[in-house]
Design a protein around this ligand. Sequence first.
Ligand SMILES: *Cc1c(COP(=O)(O)O)cnc(C)c1O
Length: 469
Amino acid sequence: MQYISTRGGMSPKKFSEILLGGLAPDGGLVVPDQYPQLSADDLKALAGKSYTELAFAIISRFVDDIPAADLKALIDKTYTKAVFGTDDITPLTRLEDDLFIQQLSNGPTLAFKDMAMQLLGNLFEYVLNRAGEEINIVGATSGDTGSAAEYAMRGKKGVRVFMLSPYGKMSPFQRAQMFTLQDENIFNISVNNMFDACQDMVKAVNNDAAFKAKYKIGAVNSINWGRVVAQVVYYFKGYFAVAKEVGEPVDFCVPSGNFGNICAAHVARQMGLPIRNLVVATNENDVLDEFFKTGGYHPRGLDQTYETSSPSMDITKASNLERFVFDLTGRDGAKLADLWHTVEKAKGFDLSPADFARMHDEYGFRSDRSTHADRVNSIREVFNKYGVQIDPHTADGYHAAKAHRQVGVKMVIMETALPAKFEATMQEALGNKPAMPAAVADLEKLPQRFDVMDADVQTLKDYVAARAG
Ligand SMILES: *Cc1c(COP(=O)(O)O)cnc(C)c1O
């Protein structure tokens, strides 16, 4: 298995060589040169396997420069009952005969990002250790991604995390999640400004090539291929959990922002998993809904990004979409480079009528969007009808799943976070506060550790340099 760039400008590389990187050197995204293919017999042999067995069977097909025994040990150490709450790791909740929710949010930060990030932490440590290298991850967060990264990297040898967040702008729970970490390799930097300013500081550090090289600055953003691969596994798990027999078509519905989660579903489908439709759910930030309904991809600016009650989907540029469009348009790097050049220059592109048709007919994509009112109604409906509490993001998924369900075809909605993280919206919908999982119930009472900083790039550089070792 070799990795190439969607824009055709990277010489083929191995998994360990692309794991720590972000964008490919030509600005494209890293993708495998082909998808491993699973036959009907292969699939039958996978049905009934445990999460870790399945994870090894799938991930090992994308990784051929880590010895099998080592990869297996990393996977076994990652997906445990102690970390994810059950032996099933991603158990399913049945709402109706043909309608399910797959639980992806029982990890340490109560959101699906833990599923991939926890493995990434162990992979990073292994690959860095083997090469005798270190990495200093500098990132900005408004809440969810930062905490998932910190819980994945805490205590890992060779890895330090410098995470910027806007001072006083996170919820008390989010703050407690991050700031109560006492690990020596985790640095929480609370910036006297908004999230955008934090992001600009991270960009400025990355634009200083000399500083970046000297202090081995890296990132763990949503375009990391290791994250996508780890996410492929739970689509297989969900499929085998609901399909009566291998071959039965099953639909999946995914609350989406950066298109990372559903991109993994697309990869699973390309490998031969009998997924029928993939339903993309968005909130009012509906750049993806527009793309799948019209064939036009028109990313918007920050001034057109709405703050919604499913905040982790408040994204108007879907970075991982480039991976799907690469497949859709025939895996032609030159063509892709042209298309994304148009995105930058002319604020978007429109698919050809043929590609637009194939996106639905051949690749099975559907989409829908919801508003705040839809979200609140969905939370209420799922609670009243089925006695199940879902968070606002999963509620966007429920809304889209309802719009595209077909009698007789099973539909699995991916749960992307737990209600406990979104108290205000849950209170509005159900009239009381959501239950806090026991493991995090007392988090806000623990001592917190963070440094306050002004939004100044040099101050950040000095801070990192003094601690980067
Ligand atoms: C990150 C996130 C999403 C969006 O996932 P993508 O992979 O970016 O599409 C949806 N819901 C929650 C709760 C998230 O944290």
